[in-house]
Design a binder for this molecule. Structure first.
Ligand SMILES: C[S@@+](CC[C@H](N)C(=O)[O-])C[C@H]1O[C@@H](n2cnc3c(N)ncnc32)[C@H](O)[C@@H]1O
Length: 207
């Protein structure tokens, strides 16, 4: 007897599947699905508003920058910075800089401040070694916090991404000490297999 051999289709890598949010981002002309993470935080916590000055760290390919620019409007300002060039042509209220955030001085950034909101969606190039990736992500989040502390106006807010790991709690404790409220957020559009989590500090205390 000959059995028909049924070949099981290979399971698709979930990282490469264009899901609902990817398709929605394309339909709305955003360069990345990550926009919906910011949109959810904004909707839930009322982060962004008209006329604000926003610093967007790790902004390429630019979907958070685009979203923030729409929210702050023509009277606001968004400074987007990435270590990689950001595609496209940008005009007011957006200005783009190509730089490694770890090499920026708060004093130089403060010339464009004070900012109402500092965003950091920075992520390291992953190596696949969890401990290394977590440590690099924590390093970027700490760098962003150190800058935020210096360039935010009192009352300002800080949203940052970090890969879940041993250093995440320490960072959240540092944010709690500096801001009136500190919250951990895992947006619905953040893929469940991703170890990323967002921290949000609102209401920078007066120094
Ligand atoms: C997840 S992407 C950001 C996506 C962006 N928020 C968007 O919605 O289009 C993370 C970014 O962090 C940037 N990045 C990583 N390390 C950085 C560093 N040291 N300085 C500046 N940008 C950095 C990467 O180049 C990458 O573009």
């Amino acid at each position: 007897m000959v059995l028909n051999r049924v070949t099981k289709p290979k399971a698709k890598d979930p990282r490469r599947v264009a899901d609902h949010y990817t398709r929605k981002a394309r339909a709305q002309h955003y360069p990345a699905r990550s926009v919906f993470k910011l949109e959810e935080v904004d909707r839930r916590f009322g982060l962004l508003g008209s006329g604000q000055r926003v610093l967007d760290l790790g902004c390429a390919p630019g979907s958070w920058t685009m979203y923030a620019a729409q929210k702050v409007g023509p009277s606001g300002f968004v400074l987007g910075i990435d270590i990689d060039p950001v595609p496209g042509t940008w005009g007011p209220p957006v200005r783009i800089r190509t730089a490694d955030v770890r090499e920026l001085s708060a004093e130089t950034l403060a010339e464009d401040g004070p900012f109402d909101v500092v965003l950091s969606d920075m992520a390291p190039r992953t190596t696949g070694q969890r401990g290394v990736d977590q440590a690099r992500s924590a390093d970027l989040a700490r760098t962003a916090l150190a800058l935020a502390e210096k360039v935010l106006r009192p009352g300002g807010s800080f949203l940052y991404k970090i890969f879940m790991g041993p250093e995440e709690e320490d960072l959240m404790a540092a944010v709690s000490a500096l801001f009136r409220t500190a919250t951990r957020v895992k947006p619905r559009s953040s893929r469940s297999f991703s170890s990323e989590i967002f921290g949000l500090g609102m209401g920078l205390k007066r120094r």
